[in-house]
Ligand binder design. Structure first.
Ligand code: ADP
Length: 637
């Protein structure tokens, strides 16, 4: 019991080891840094992917840029030398030096044929005042014939001997085109100007077919060619008021407003590379989102024009976003796995700690059990030793008691010896007389008398035998176990006391039933003899002696009361009654062992002997003894 209690105390001591409270707080705060890290990872992946995408786009853009600028250059260069060719044509110089209708017609026809062959839009010749003398489209209604183009910058440049390059919108047709002008010389003197107008729209159509987004800006920063028609004739950089006036006066772009192409966002990446976000053009619809482009610009050879390639960043952005999401998700997954792994590790560690603590507690418990067991063994050994000692003492006591019982018996026998001797002497004397008489009657031949005498002799011998047998039985040693029959014991006791009862007249009132008592037969007889002898002794001086023997069943016990009408016991002596060797009887008559022994025999049989002092007088001893349970009674008794 003690061991178990201490064990439960030990297990209670383990409990704090198994509960971890701050973990819950940590668990609540954990998602925040994970989300922040997820965003950082996601953004980093997006940023790197975007940068890589832009780099790759830049590289491929560079290649495309080379291709397209060369295509543009070759397109232009095809017509570059066309105006200077007219210098070789004598009819042209003749017309310039001396204009006349036939000469004009001739030149017109010549120019018409040349224009057809070269695939240009128009070829025409101006005199030094800027008036058109001859033109390839002389047959058309909107012919340039006679028009004054002195205001055109290309004319002014060519007039001064510089190559006139000009992209503009035709003042007559309103059609855009590339004008190449050349000062026609004769003897190092400029006599006129030859102009070729080339349409570059074919390039735009080709771009559209190839789904290429690009534009070409001229020396003024005006977009002259664009894959997106909405961007055409827009300024790529702010125009000063002075430039605007100059351009308006030259009518280079006709009456165009020359709005600025304003990107929503612009980021310069390199000398000729930038990121542009352009508003959606009206062609794409009002709801369309602004688009971002990588804009790479390259200047054309022998020209002030620039070719700008616009590579949409949409795909790069989309890929970067998906890679960013992928990285964030991968990080979240990794974080989740790490957390799960960490949790598992903690659980395992807690389990391990619990197991260790349990083992420790177990070891402690075992140690304590071992200690307690050895304590118990020691106290067990001590107990065994004590039991041995007790047994020895009991044995000694029993032996002493036996000796006392024996002594008590012998004392009774001693007390009874006079009356026994008397009892035996009587039949002996009778035997002697009878045997003498019988001999005489035998001699006389009175056989009837002899027979009756012998019968009497037989009876007397029987009686003597019974007396000695009962004495022997009384003196016999007995033990604690056994069963007794009350009637039999009472008869034996009264028979033993018969001589004394004969001496003094006595009235016995029997009021008990036969009972099976759990005490040795001889011991019960001995108790009864002691109590009856004491009663007889007490009533010695009494005239009318009366003895009451009353019995009754009391539960599992039987109570037998032996009451006399003697003088009773003086109160001063009552407490000494059961003391050994207490006697009031004079001389050898009393040993003072009778009550002591009777009481100890009753107690040994799990019963008791007590004394009562009835008010009516006399003394009553009550013997209480356990009844033998019905099933245990020996059938032969
Ligand atoms: P003993 O008979 O040898 O004296 P007991 O132990 O039997 O020893 O009795 C002790 C004393 O108790 C007796 O001497 C007697 O004085 C007293 N006593 C016992 N029985 C009675 C009795 N029935 N009436 C009066 N006195 C008694």
């Amino acid at each position: 019991m003690i061991v178990l209690q201490s064990a439960s105390r030990d297990t209670r001591a383990l409990q704090p080891l198994l509960t971890v409270k701050p973990r819950q707080i940590r668990r609540l705060l954990l998602p925040l840094p994970i989300i922040v890290l997820m965003l950082i990872f996601g953004y980093s992946a997006y940023y790197l992917s975007n940068q890589n995408g832009i780099r790759a786009l830049t590289e491929s853009g560079e290649r495309q840029l080379g291709l397209h600028t060369r295509a543009l250059e070759s397109e232009i260069s095809t017509h570059t030398y066309l105006p200077s060719l007219l210098e070789l044509e004598s009819s042209v110089s003749k017309l310039l030096l001396g204009p006349s209708e036939p000469r004009r017609l001739k030149v017109n026809r010549y120019l018409e044929g040349l224009n057809r062959r070269s695939g240009s839009r128009a070829i025409y010749v101006l005199d030094l005042s800027g008036r058109v003398l001859a033109t390839s489209n002389w047959r058309d209604a909107d012919s340039f014939q006679g028009e004054d183009l002195a205001f055109r910058a290309y004319f002014q440049d060519a007039r001064l001997g510089k190559p006139g390059r000009f992209y503009g919108i035709g003042s007559t047709t309103g059609e855009a085109g590339y004008y190449l002008a050349h000062g026609l010389r004769q003897h190092d003197k400029i006599i006129g100007v030859a102009v070729v107008k080339v349409r570059l729209q074919a390039l735009e159509e080709r771009w559209e077919q190839a789904r290429l987004q690009a534009y070409v800006s001229d020396e003024n920063g005006i977009i002259i060619l664009s894959s997106d028609p909405a961007n055409r004739l827009k300024a790529i950089r702010p125009l000063s008021a002075e430039t605007r006036t100059k351009l308006a006066s030259s009518l280079q772009y006709h009456w165009s407003t020359l709005d600025e192409l304003k990107p929503i966002a612009r980021q310069t990446l390199g000398p000729n590379t930038e990121l542009l976000t352009l508003a959606a053009s009206s062609a794409q619809g009002a709801a369309a989102e602004p688009s971002s482009y990588l804009a790479q610009t390259r200047q054309l050879n022998d020209s002030l024009w620039s070719f700008t390639l616009l590579s949409p960043l949409q795909d790069v952005r989309r890929q970067a976003i998906s890679q960013g999401i992928l990285a964030a998700v991968a990080f979240a997954l990794l974080a989740f796995l790490l957390i799960a792994w960490n949790e598992r590790r903690k659980v395992l560690a807690t389990r391990l700690a619990a197991r260790e603590a349990l083992e420790q507690a177990n070891n402690q418990l075992e140690r304590k059990i071992a200690e307690r067991t050895s304590d118990l063994r020691a106290s067990n050994d001590r107990l065994k030793a004590q039991i041995r000692e007790r047994r020895l003492a009991e044995e000694t006591l029993r032996k002493a008691q036996d000796s006392l019982v024996q002594a008590g018996k012998l004392a009774v026998i001693g007390q009874l010896s006079t009356s026994i001797a008397h009892e035996l002497n009587q039949p002996l004397a009778a035997l002697r007389t009878l045997s003498g008489n019988t001999v005489r009657f035998l001699q006389r031949g009175a056989l009837d008398t002899v027979t009756s005498n012998l019968a009497t002799i037989n009876q007397l011998v029987d009686r003597m035998g019974r007396i000695t047998a009962s004495l022997r039985a009384f003196a016999r040693r007995s033990d604690d176990s056994g069963q007794a029959q009350l009637n039999k014991a009472m008869d034996a006791a009264l028979f033993l006391l018969h001589p004394r009862l004969q001496e003094t007249p006595l009235q016995i009132h029997r009021a008990y039933s036969d009972a099976h008592l759990a005490i040795d037969q001889t011991r019960l007889e001995q108790i009864l003899v002691n109590l009856i002898v004491n009663a007889l002794d007490a009533m010695r001086a009494q005239e009318q002696r009366q003895l009451w023997l009353d019995g009754r069943v009391d539960g599992a016990h039987y109570r037998l009361q032996i009451r006399d009408n003697g003088p009773g016991i003086p109160p001063a002596l009552r407490k000494h009654l059961f003391e050994p060797f207490f006697t009031t009887k004079p001389g050898e008559q009393g040993l003072g062992l009778g009550l002591t022994l009777s009481a100890s025999l009753a107690v040994a049989a799990a019963g008791s002997l007590s004394v009562q002092h009835p008010e009516a007088g006399g003394t009553a001893f009550e013997l209480c003894l356990p009844l033998v349970p019905h099933a245990e009674t020996h059938p032969h008794e």
